[in-house]
Write a protein that binds this ligand. Structure first.
Ligand code: GLC
Length: 488
């Protein structure tokens, strides 16, 4: 018991307590698998008005934010598989919505300072601090800038995982000032970014080890096309940069055992899949049809490839196929899909909502899953689609490139279809191949089975993270021998 590795996993969201996107899924699932591998792992996230679960008070303390103090209350959530703490403060976290508030940089600065204070006050000393995305990245800076006066902080190795490079939390110098570290830290080689404070840059520069959520995305981060202005900062640290693909929860997403879907099925017996399609068509008001049913389950934000989706849907409909959309987001795109529905009655179903039950039914009832993201660090929906035998048609980028093998190129070995150039032409060329193969039921069935068999699991990812933790500790050891604050 005593010498178990201790990991504190720090994130902005964690499913099922609170979830906005894929980060929430990762925080809800990876720690559970790590625990199964014998790690003493705990999770800490900010409290939120929408988290309505029983908790136990653990303590409270003042947190210094520049010239003032705010109170932090720490609670432990009851009945979670992994010990989970909520960092609360009524002003910052007594509201709904994880992101999108004008004072987000300040809210997450408070969160980071509170976690640092927990490390000082609580009788719990992690070996690894596992940080995720920009919201938690300043903790890396805080630990290293305070370690001279508080040597116990220097033992903690830091792994920083990037799920999205686009959102960096760039804010004013006033936010930097809240952290109470020396002025010299506000320099271009540390956290300064065009006169602003860049939390993501702090994470990259101060962590012992960094990883992206797929190998291809990690390589792409080093290019100006996908680096979002941080390609240079990341390149400086390329020796400490790794890529680990996420997995999915195979218990929650299991067509053999899914209470939400119409009929169970598996790769050994696909009969139930037909029933799912028939009932889904009925429920969504689509005509009964054997033509391919295409699905999109996605937040309607530009990087998901919305401008290609519409053109692809139209091409599918012209061929007599059907199209179902589940998700909400930007009005411009919502309206475009609604127009499509009125032009092709009985062939299109537009569901502008997030509905978990419906999502399960759509994965189970559809034939093809469309995901033409402009860029995609990992992507989870294509993995769920594969598990449900809904063949993915994806842009070959980031995690999509790493998880879908193109049947168009590797005939008889693919797990879906990919297109390389981000253009409607390229997508339509791939779409033709999809429609052609669909005409050959035997080949299609084999493709479905391969997709269902080749989904990356959290068990694998968790093992890879164990290696990263070991590497991060080694990097930290080397850094300390050299007597440096920063690993670079
Ligand atoms: C972000 C990325 C997505 C990834 C998820 C979990 O939401 O956009 O690609 O799957 O994080 O890592």
């Amino acid at each position: 018991m005593e010498n178990k590795l201790k990991v504190l996993f720090v994130a902005a969201e964690c499913a099922p307590l609170i979830k906005v996107g894929g980060l929430g899924d990762v925080a809800g699932e990876l720690p559970v698998k790590l625990q199964e591998l014998g790690i003493d792992v705990r999770v800490v996230i900010p409290a939120n008005k929408d988290i309505d679960v029983p908790t136990v008070y653990q303590g409270d303390f003042p947190v210094n934010l520049g010239w003032r103090n705010e109170t932090c209350i720490v609670r432990e959530v009851l009945n979670t598989p992994v010990k989970t703490y909520l960092v609360d403060n009524y002003h910052y976290f007594g509201r709904a919505g994880v992101y999108g508030h004008r004072d987000d940089p300040e809210r997450f600065a408070f969160f980071c300072l509170s976690v640092l204070e927990m490390l000082r006050r609580f009788d719990y000393r992690p070996d690894i601090l596992h940080l995720n995305d920009w919201h938690t990245a300043p903790l890396a800076m805080l630990l290293r800038e305070h370690e001279r006066e508080e040597p116990q902080l220097s033992d903690i190795a830091i792994l920083y995982t990037i799920h999205s490079l686009e959102y960096q939390g760039v804010s004013g110098r006033n936010i930097f000032n809240l952290f109470g570290v020396k002025d010299v830290v506000f320099k271009v080689d540390k956290v300064e970014y065009f006169g602003c404070f860049n939390p993501m840059k702090a994470g990259i520069n101060y962590a012992d080890l960094i990883n992206g959520v797929s190998k291809t995305f990690t390589q792409q981060m080093l290019t100006s096309k996908y680096g979002f202005g941080l390609e240079g900062v990341l390149s400086n640290r390329k020796h400490q940069l790794r890529g680990v693909i996420n997995g999915i929860n195979t218990k929650n997403w299991d067509p053999e055992n899914d209470p939400y879907i119409y009929a169970p099925y598996s790769k050994d017996n696909l009969e139930g899949k037909k029933e799912n399609k028939r009932r889904l068509q009925e429920d969504l008001g689509l005509e009964p049809s054997d033509r391919p049913l295409f699905a999109v389950v996605s937040r309607l934000v530009p990087n998901k490839g919305l401008e290609l989706m519409e053109g692809a849907a139209e091409a599918v409909l012209k061929e007599g196929g059907q199209f179902v959309l589940l998700g909400s987001g930007e009005k411009f795109y919502e309206n475009a899909f609604l127009r499509l529905m009125s032009r092709y009655p009985g062939q299109v179903s537009v569901n502008l909502e997030f509905n978990n039950e419906k999502a399960h039914r759509i994965y189970a009832g559809s034939d093809v899953f469309l995901m033409p993201s402009r860029y995609e660090p990992c992507g989870l929906s294509q993995l769920i689609a594969m598990r449900y035998g809904s063949v993915p048609l994806v842009h070959k980028t980031g995690g999509l490139a790493d998880t879908v093998r193109d049947e168009g190129r590797y005939e008889g070995e693919g797990t879906g279809f990919t297109f390389s150039t981000y253009s409607l032409d390229a997508l339509l060329r791939a779409l033709k191949k999809v429609l052609r193969l669909y005409e050959t039921p035997k080949a299609w069935k084999n493709l479905m089975i391969r997709a269902m068999t080749n989904v990356p699991t959290w068990e694998n990812a968790a093992r890879e993270y164990l290696n990263l933790y070991a590497e991060a500790r080694e990097e930290n050891r080397k850094r300390r021998i050299k007597g440096r604050k920063n690993p670079f």
